[in-house]
Design a protein around this ligand. Structure first.
Ligand SMILES: *Cc1c(COP(=O)(O)O)cnc(C)c1O
Length: 331
């Protein structure tokens, strides 16, 4: 099976902004892009993206999960990067148009069609280090993906990092390339030093998120995660899982969680911890590494609540449970 996100549909949806208006949406070859080497994005990182999925139901119909939330977030990222604005309607038309074009290629569950809207500043202007790009390009790539857990769900090892941060604090809510570049060295160092899968950034002792996923702690019938502020990425999977947890009668605590409290709570044999994000929905965390000490999370292997919550979310996505929150858009 090809690595996640390495296979693309041959065409993508495209629209460009020329400084005054958006071009008509076209479907063009997805394996090339014409860009001036002086384009703003290549020098000053005016880039943001989204990740969402389309699912095939048993009757053959295709449904996109929480598209409105991803559209809102790309608009927000674009605004915070001073990229040209676009209407939600235009982006929705682009997404549904290209997904409809490849409706027959959407894999059956547990596979799906991963959708990657991308917005970049294209103005050839290397003098614009401190000004926005007047022109931009918006395109939608599609990538069919299989079962994220096909190799089995090995619980993750996370290094708790209290001194560094994932990105500059005012960039936390922007789903932008520069933030991933910023987190890469800490992650590579953690891999080399302690064989960690990811770094859980905890600036000043405040448990925040990893390089590309939110962090959730489950203690009995309580689910604890950092309250929304501008310092981190507001995951749509996070929001969906919290909503389902409330539906199940769980107590949802969105608040500050310190490293000290986290390390104390994971000692209970029933505690569970997870990362949440569109790609894998919910991945169990088995080990936290802090100041050279390894802390097992709960039993280290039994994660019934994570299995239940992930199952509830997948059931809606796959059309096996009622979509009571109106999260699916049929294409
Ligand atoms: C994309 C992303 C998430 C998860 O967001 P979802 O909407 O749940 O996919 C969390 N943190 C970061 C830094 C991300 O880039």
């Amino acid at each position: 099976m090809a690595a996640f996100g390495s296979v693309f549909m041959p065409q993508m949806a495209l629209s460009t902004f020329d400084g005054e208006g958006w071009s008509n949406i076209t479907h063009v070859a997805a394996d090339q892009l014409s860009l001036h080497p002086g384009a703003h994005v290549l020098h000053y990182a005016s880039t943001c993206f989204e990740g969402l999925k389309a699912f095939r139901h048993e009757d053959g119909s295709v449904h996109i999960f929480r598209m409105d939330a991803n559209i809102k977030r790309l608009s927000q990222s674009s605004r915070l990067l001073s990229l040209p604005s676009f209407s939600a309607d235009m982006l929705e038309t682009m997404i549904t148009g290209i997904v409809r074009h490849y409706a027959n290629e959407v894999p059956v569950p547990p596979g799906s069609m991963y959708i990657r809207p991308t917005h970049i500043g294209t103005e050839p202007a290397i003098g614009k280090a401190a000004s926005p790009s007047k022109t931009s390009m918006l395109y939608i790539l599609l990538s069919p993906v299989g079962d994220y857990f096909s190799g089995g769900a090995r619980p993750l090892r996370l290094l708790l990092e209290e001194n560094g941060s994932r990105c500059a604090p005012h960039m936390g809510m922007v789903k932008s390339g520069g933030n991933y570049a910023s987190a890469l060295q800490p992650i590579l160092q953690a891999r080399a030093a302690v064989n960690a899968d990811q770094v859980l950034f905890c600036p000043g002792g405040d448990v925040q998120e990893t390089g590309a996923a939110n962090f959730l702690l489950i203690d009995g019938d309580e689910i604890i995660t950092k309250a929304l502020d501008t310092s981190f990425l507001h995951g749509i999977t996070r929001d969906s899982l919290l909503t389902l947890a409330r539906d199940m009668g769980m107590k949802v605590s969105e608040r500050e969680l310190s490293v000290d409290e986290l390390l104390e709570r994971v000692q209970k044999p029933t505690t569970e911890a997870a990362l949440s994000g569109t790609a894998a929905v919910m991945t169990p965390v088995g080990t936290l590494i802090h100041n050279g000490t390894e802390h097992r999370v709960g039993s280290g292997t039994e994660t019934p609540t994570i299995t239940k919550l992930r199952g509830a979310l997948n059931a809606i996505q796959w059309g096996k449970a009622a979509d009571t929150h109106g999260w699916l858009t049929k294409v």
